[in-house]
Ligand binder design. Sequence first.
Ligand SMILES: [Zn+2]
Ligand SMILES: [Zn+2]
Length: 435
Amino acid sequence: MKAVLDHVGIAVKDLQAALAFYRDALGLAVEAPEDVSSQRVRAHFIPVNDTADRGTGAPGVKLELLEATSADSAIAKYIEKRGPGLHHITLRVDDISAALAQLKARGARLVDEQPRAGAEGALVAFIHPSSAHGVLVELKQSRVPSPESQVVSTVRRYQLGEFELISVCDGFFRLDGGAMFGVVPKALWSKAAPPDDRNRIRMAMRPLIVRGRRTMLIDAGLGDKDDEKFHEIYGVDRARNLDHTLAEAGLSPDDIDIVLASHLHFDHAGGFTVRDASGRIRPKFRGAQYVIRRGEWEDATHPHERNRASYIAGNFVPLADAGVLQFVDDDQTIMPGVRVRRTGGHCMHHQMVLIESGGSTAAFVADLIPTTAHLSAPWIMGYDLYPMDTLAAKKAFLQEAVQKNILVFFEHDPAVPAGYIREENGKRRIVPALS
Ligand SMILES: [Zn+2]
Ligand SMILES: [Zn+2]
């Protein structure tokens, strides 16, 4: 493991006084602050590398002034206990997961068993001071953005009446192209969704935030409980994931009041739970009620040979144990302006979500129309348990979407989070919505 000094974190009680020293008295340049909302902290970076290092492209060493943005943040607690001062040092590594595994194997005590989202889209994890001779050490793996994921996995915001709709992203995965398009021949679907050398197509996981008086999250992506074999089979790319995009949207998991499930397949419900340091699985959104359709719960907890691979008990059973479940039995309003509608088809109790405000309507259609390539009525997934029901629900919805000018969210589209469906001369097409 090669590690280089990235920055030194300094807990600051009085930011103006600290700036008067570091910026004004020492004459250092302070970069624009960045909020790390998951940590309730604002970071002010100060480059302190030798001028000779500049221009080489290598990131230089920085000081990081850490200002608490909430009384319950770790930094506020640290200052309360020990006063302001040196807080941590950060070492940059190439592969943070490998570094954590190596430390764990040597018996080091870790604050974070799994890397999590830090500033600048990086992945970070803390090592406990008791294993680092009294120093809190942070490991950091800089984001290596593929140009592709950078463009399409950023947060998109849309205003719908009184609601703000924020499309977030839990990264990407790959599924067999044949299975994704059912009876459609590869000669046709491969033009709309080019397969890789294993015949898999790239799909995003885009949960949706609905912000009104309360904050709702619809679906939560894959989450981070899966092992390497799973990641290999499904080509999982979560270098930028739900934590990063929530932070970019200015939200932390604790800000979510309601989590609503379209259905409980692993690419939608995996992010509902997390494994904590003791190995126990608990709800990820600690202040949230989880709203699930009762029929879907019954099916997910009693899987059969055809749907078993899609339902992973750890994604939803711990919610019942934690007492945070709320069942809905039929089509109804979940919070004012937001209602669910059963579509069936994909699975018996698959539901879409309709959001209405100020005379406008948006629809989160989940696996009814997973990507923009599934616009044509017979382009239906081979995974669907009841494809004729999908066909009926899809045809009815497409007509409604054209008539009412509905803003449609495509949960799995690798490039287009949302768009409007237009019909001209009997042909339908999608016009991507500008956020
Ligand atoms: Zn599904
Ligand atoms: Zn899906």
